[in-house]
Design a protein. Structure first.
Length: 121
């Protein structure tokens, strides 16, 4: 008998007021190889939860915003997210990281989306 793995966390992608899924679009713009690896890590977060991925795969950014770290060859991809009640993770922003530190504009975009999501839920 085959059992499906128990999914312990819900993963949601930020949608603006017009239901446009910005994060999904951002991920779709990456190469097929990068996209597959990013989605594999998001699936792992869904299965295990964000606290089980600590260490080299996640890092605290500020307040309740965290980043999921995905390296593919020499490229470094990041997905900024936060967790809410009900074992739910909200993906806020996906981007190719080109600098040593997370660019402030990426953090600002994630913060704006975070605040917008909270205001509308």
């Amino acid at each position: 008998m085959c059992y499906a793995p128990l999914v312990s966390w819900n993963i949601l992608y930020y949608e603006d007021e017009t239901e446009h899924e910005s994060v999904v679009e951002e991920i779709e713009n990456f190469s097929e190889k990068a996209r597959a690896k990013i989605l594999r890590f998001i699936d792992l977060m869904e299965e295990k939860g964000p606290t089980k991925l600590r260490g080299e795969y996640t890092a605290h950014i500020q307040d309740d915003t965290w980043e999921l770290r995905i390296d593919s060859g020499s490229d470094r991809f990041r997905v900024l997210y936060f967790a809410v009640k009900g074992r739910t993770v909200i993906m806020l922003r996906a981007f190719l990281k080109k600098t040593k530190k997370t660019p402030p504009r990426e953090i600002t975009t994630a913060k704006r989306r975070h605040d917008d999501w909270l205001a509308r839920t």
